[in-house]
Design a protein around this ligand. Sequence first.
Ligand code: SAH
Length: 219
Amino acid sequence: MIARFEGSGMTSMRTRERLVSRLRDEGITDENVLDAIRNVPRHIFVDEALDSRAYEDVALPIGMGQTISQPYIVALMTQTTIAAPRPSNVLEIGTGCGYQTAVLASLVTRVYTVERIELLLTRARRRLRALEVDNVWYKHDDGNAGWAECGPFDAVLVTAAPARLPEKLVEQLAVDGRLVIPIGDSRRQWLKVFTRTESGVNEGTIADVSFVPMLRGRE
Ligand code: SAH
């Protein structure tokens, strides 16, 4: 492996540990999620120029006007997604740089990820291959449609905010499956959890958040 994939030695381990204790202080309790954050090298997913900030709890630019989510938000969404009953196949909408994908892939059996910007998807796939992550399937498409052929999913996680709930994503949930999704506009967004039951859908709200908008079409 090239040097960049090995991190910058002790400093890197120390800064990762500091990030993990910060997330714990902020209320992330699932040790499996904290382990995943500790082990996935976030600096691989950001521009080399931003390497030194990779383990700060901040969102950073990844090109094409998009951002890598703040680690706290990745941890919160992952913790919510993998809570019991633990999912085995998960659909992710908004691959971006692939960091959330890598964290999820270390915790569940299969991840199906959809990104509307081809260049981002290609780069994410390349990074995950280099990290030898082999339980992820990739699709260049508008995630509003989900990925019906591979469903139903035990969980769906969306990392861009639509104004309204995309019906197709609810339809592709298995019974007892959950959809974790930010909903709102550029002024106000809420991280929501929808759980599919035999008879309908239950809705809960987790936190106020700030994501890039979920757009339509591909580019
Ligand atoms: N989890 C990502 C977050 C990236 S930001 C990361 O950690 O890097 C949100 C991503 O959602 C962007 O890459 C954006 O292009 C993508 N996106 C927005 N609307 C989408 C849609 N309709 N279908 C698929 N991806 C979409």
